[in-house]
Design a protein around this ligand. Structure first.
Ligand SMILES: C[S@@+](CC[C@H](N)C(=O)[O-])C[C@H]1O[C@@H](n2cnc3c(N)ncnc32)[C@H](O)[C@@H]1O
Length: 218
């Protein structure tokens, strides 16, 4: 099976209609009712940086948008899944949400002071991910702060189904079965984000993800 955008949308629409937590092989990866712990900490950084407007790329049902909005930021949530956005709007009708593909972000250049994207941009082949990274660099203003999490190669053997290209697999189980995952090494992260400045890059064992805090430079 070769995944295209339509099958990706179908997977996530089905998921959000039926679930409140994301499980992979029986283990809860995260709970959609609570914000990501790193986002909670980052709100303090955003305040210091005088951030006003934030884009949450691949916002899902809006857990991180709601938290950031409660801290006084103007938040825009964007996701490819209509059912995710429907749930997000239902939970808080005041936050701006839209359905769109991260490879073509429908906002003008320099629209945001900051961008967050948890557990999202690795869904695709490396060339597609690079397209998304270019779009992120475009819509965030110069010196804007960008927070991204990525899946590591390490510890994900169980999720590697059909291989599409190096470190890129169609997941063979879990709630997001059928979705493409690219698993990153540190060297590869440094390469694909080379146009941006690294503030922090480390591996978070408890969440099994790479933590990237970047600053835009253009
Ligand atoms: C693992 S979920 C994470 C959701 C959210 N960031 C969170 O942490 O709660 C991945 C999300 O990426 C979204 N997604 C997948 N492909 C996308 C694309 N091409 N453009 C925008 N969103 C996408 C899915 O619909 C899903 O909501």
């Amino acid at each position: 099976m070769i995944k295209n955008v339509m099958t990706g949308i179908k997977i996530w629409d089905g998921f959000y209609q039926n679930n409140k937590t994301l499980k992979t092989f029986g283990k809860t990866v995260f709970d959609y009712s609570k914000p990501d712990g790193d986002i909670v900490e980052l709100a303090k950084v955003f305040k210091k940086e005088k951030v006003k407007k934030i884009l949450d790329l691949g916002c899902g049902s809006g857990r991180n948008c709601r938290f950031l909005s409660s801290k006084g930021f103007a938040v825009v949530g964007m996701d490819i899944s209509k059912s995710a956005i429907k749930q997000a709007k239902k939970a808080d009708g005041k936050i701006e949400y839209l359905v769109a593909d991260m490879k073509k972000i429908p906002f003008p250049t320099d629209s945001f002071d900051a961008l967050v994207s948890t557990q999202t941009i690795f869904h695709g082949r490396l060339q597609e991910i690079q397209q998304t990274i270019n779009e992120i660099g475009r819509v965030v203003r110069n010196k804007g702060v960008i927070f991204i999490t990525l899946q590591p190669v390490k510890g994900n053997k169980h999720r590697m189904g059909e291989k599409l290209e190096p470190n890129t697999y169609i997941s063979n189980g879990g709630d997001d079965k059928g979705e493409i995952h690219h698993f990153f090494t540190k060297a590869e992260i440094l390469k694909v984000f080379k146009e941006l400045e690294f503030i922090d890059l480390h591996f978070v064992e408890s969440n099994n993800y790479w933590y990237l805090l970047l600053r835009n430079k253009k």
